[in-house]
Ligand binder design. Structure first.
Ligand code: UD1
Ligand code: F6R
Length: 723
């Protein structure tokens, strides 16, 4: 996920080289979150200028880029502000112009780094383009930088010497969506704005002097103050910003700018006076103290420098200048705290990176209520039961005319295809093949121009899947990607597709990518069937079912203690495990078995319950552990019958079943060795999203109990880029 780092020194002398190193090192400590590009903004050589350095790839590539440009590292600053970012692409591919900092204009008058998504960026962009602004990136963030400049200039033209935080308030009034953002401007040298909504941000404070108090007052606008703000919505929309593109661009010095532009001289009104309420940052005699501020989206990058941190709340605007930290809010809210306390972090670095979790895999399992929500965010209209997949819009009518859909993937991604194949066929009436990428190539599967090939991949870099994609492209089929990594090879090479937006997956065993791929594929199937009135009710049921999934996943995660106990007792010291599933749950059985073998090194096998009597039943005895998916769908009676075949041979299956299911409750009364894991009920084609969670947890605990390094199982790599 994207990462934010900012550094502000005041009366603590630093060379430019030292500042660059601090920013780059701060980014290095955010690396574990996953990212695809980086960038920093610092003061340039000219007075009041800002230099931006950006690079695709790792932090080391940014270091290299800075070395190549070779700025003078010896310039010293008593006070300075710098901002830095690691980007995980969402809007626009990882390329240089899409890296953050994003800028307002070629002179970097305002530079922005941003985590989150501005949902109304298209409208804002149109508005700003009409006003003469030229956009250079595909990001949603660029419109924030341009808004800063536009609103600044509008106010200056009106003679309002607007303060940085007041300007920020105006900008935020125009933004919809989520953000954690930092802004640095040539108009406000040495200052930083940090603000958030739905995206974390904290500020570390380091000073040799003891802070007078361990909190910062929240400041509100003076109700009697004269309103100087000019919201965008009140402006004349056709107002063209000619000076933006002209050679006599406004100078960066505010005073000079006013004079040169022949504007009304700056008049400080009460609104803009800085009356310090920042009690924490003054010395005994009231003079400012030498101090450093470290701003970040993640305590991991701050803890090396200081353990004293202040967490911003949604809608806080932190304004750092002259060694002080001010927190502003637009209005007072009853019952809300009037201070933000400066806390002491007790955590160590490793703990912070994984949160309260031992391993990334466990963290990612627990992220699923959020990651599944992110896959659906902005794409499902729960009121009108509609799906909007921006990436497929132009192609959907062509896909509807396909003779055949072929889903191609490897490993866990292949299982998400198997899990959703039936719903594709049901809703679209198009025949669907599901293929393992390597087998698809080995067979030299015949492909025709009216085939649509869907490639599913978390990394978007898996070699087998990529080769199969090239094979399909060569034969003229329309290609669709279902990919997590924006800008990855598969995402770029496909004609269209859907990014699953699960966020980076670090643990080698794929968990949250599976549930997000599953949801993206179900949304795709629903969209495909949208032209069929006869399927209206089914689509409604699925969309309403999807709405509840994040909450239901939260519920299943509560099974962890029981699963852990099973792994310590019934399943410990076992050599082998069978998983039985049928219909929608066959994919769950295969995926559960893959998880268990890949991280716990225990042999496990997913078996189609209907195939038991054709051979596998010979394995069943009193000892062999068996897990059966016994949740309700139209195949339920058949599943019950398969499980009875197991118990008749003295097997003791563990049943994953719906909460309070009477069949299993009754069977438990008859057989006291029958163990059930009860999960919430959802629509049949979505039940696999819920049922897989206990298996993810089980594989985790089986491995963890065996002392295996869950995040790095032997012989496996996260991204398999070789054939
Ligand atoms: C866009 C944003 C997304 C945001 C959503 C709603 C981007 C990259 N995505 O998503 O963060 O949540 O608006 O505001 O800006 N594509 C492929 N192959 C693939 C995957 C995608 O060609 O494997 C293409 C798509 O056809 C599309 C583009 O990449 O042209 C972006 O795809 P996606 O992120 O899924 O689009 P939106 O849903 O519009
Ligand atoms: C299993 C796992 C692998 C991947 C497979 C495909 O937990 O992670 O089976 O699913 O290597 O990788 P992607 O989805 O990146 O193409």
């Amino acid at each position: 996920m994207c990462g934010i780092f900012g550094y502000c020194n005041y009366l603590v002398e630093k060379t430019r080289g030292e500042i660059i190193d601090i920013l780059v090192e701060g980014l290095g400590r955010l690396e574990y979150r996953g990212y695809d590009s980086t960038g920093i903004a610092i003061n340039g050589d000219k007075r009041n200028s800002i230099d931006v350095y950006r690079a695709i790839g790792k932090v080391s590539a940014l270091k290299q880029e800075i070395d190549n440009i070779n700025p003078n590292r010896d310039v010293t600053y008593a006070s300075h502000s710098g901002i830095a970012h690691t980007r995980w692409a969402t809007h626009g591919q990882p390329k240089q112009t899409n890296c953050h900092p994003q800028r307002s204009d070629p002179r970097n008058l305002f530079t922005i780094i941003h985590n989150g998504i501005i949902t109304n960026f298209r409208e804002l962009k149109t508005l700003l383009v009409n006003k003469g602004y030229t956009f250079e990136s595909d990001t949603d963030t660029e419109c924030i930088a341009k808004l800063f400049l536009h609103l600044y200039q509008t106010n200056i033209k009106m003679g309002n010497d607007i303060d940085f935080h007041e300007l920020t308030k105006l900008v935020l009034m125009e933004l919809e969506g989520s953000y954690g953002l930092l802004c640095k401007s040539v108009y406000f040298p040495g200052e930083i704005i940090a603000t958030r909504k739905g995206s974390p941000l904290l500020i570390g404070v380091k000073s040799e002097n003891k802070l007078k108090v361990d909190f910062v007052d929240v400041e509100f606008p003076n109700e009697n103050a004269i309103q100087t703000e000019t919201p965008l919505s009140n402006e004349c929309k056709t107002d063209n910003n000619d000076e933006l593109n002209s050679s006599n661009y406004p100078t960066v010095d505010k005073k000079e700018f006013h004079e040169k532009a022949g504007l009304v001289p700056i008049t400080a009104n009460e609104f803009n006076l800085r009356h310090s309420q920042s009690r924490a940052f003054l010395s005994e005699d009231g003079s400012p103290i030498p101090i450093e501020f470290f701003i970040s989206s993640d305590a991991a990058s701050v803890i090396k420098y200081t353990k004293k941190v202040l967490f911003l709340e949604d809608d806080d605007i932190a304004h750092i200048y002259d060694g002080e930290l001010h927190i502003h809010r637009s209005r007072k809210e009853v019952g809300k705290s009037m201070i933000r306390s400066i806390q002491t972090l007790e955590l160590e670095l490793a703990q912070i990176m994984k949160g309260p979790y031992e391993h990334f895999m466990q963290k990612e399992i627990y992220e699923q209520p959020v990651s599944t929500y992110n896959t659906m965010r902005g794409r499902l209209d729960f009121d009108n039961n509609l799906v909007n997949l921006g990436g497929l819009q132009q192609f959907i009518s062509t896909i509807r005319r396909a003779r055949r859909l072929i889903m191609i993937a490897c490993g866990t991604s292949y299982h998400s295809c198997l899990a959703t194949r039936a719903i594709f066929e049901e809703l679209s009436d198009i025949p669907v093949n599901v293929d393992l990428a390597s087998d698809f190539l080995d067979r030299k599967c015949p492909i025709f121009r009216d085939d649509v090939c869907v490639f599913v991949s978390q990394s978007g870099e898996t070699a087998d899947t990529m080769f199969a994609l090239n094979y399909a492209i060569d034969r003229g089929a329309l290609t669709v990607g279902i990919v997590n990594s924006v800008g990855s090879s598969i995402s770029r090479a496909t004609n269209c597709g859907v990014h699953i937006n699960a966020g980076p997956e670090i643990g080698v065993a794929s968990t949250k990518a599976y549930t997000s791929q599953y949801i993206a594929l179900v949304m795709f199937a629903v969209l495909l069937g949208e032209d069929r009135i006869s399927k209206n009710e089914r689509r409604r049921e699925i969309i309403q079912g999807l709405k509840l999934i994040p909450e239901q996943i939260k519920q299943v995660l509560k099974l962890e203690p029981k699963i852990k106990q099973l792994c310590e007792n019934e399943l410990s010291d076992q050599k082998s495990l069978l998983l039985l599933g049928r219909g929608y749950q066959f994919a769950s059985a295969l995926e559960g078995a893959l998880k268990i073998k890949e991280i716990s090194y225990m042999h496990s096998e997913g078996v189609l319950a209907g195939e038991l009597k054709h051979g596998v039943l010979a394995l069943v005895d009193e000892e062999l552990p068996i897990i059966a998916f016994g949740t309700r769908d139209y195949l339920f009676p058949k599943v019950v019958s398969s499980i009875e075949q197991v118990t008749a041979r003295k097997g003791h299956p563990i049943i994953i079943c719906n909460e309070n299911d009477e069949v299993w409750s009754k069977k438990k009364l008859e057989n006291d060795r029958l163990i059930t894991l009860e999960v919430p009920t959802t629509v049949d084609c979505l039940q696999g999203l819920i049922n897989i969670i206990p298996l993810q947890l089980m594989s985790y605990w089986l491995a963890s109990n065996r002392g295996i390094d869950v995040d790095f199982p032997r012989n496996l790599a996260k991204s398999v880029t070789v054939e």
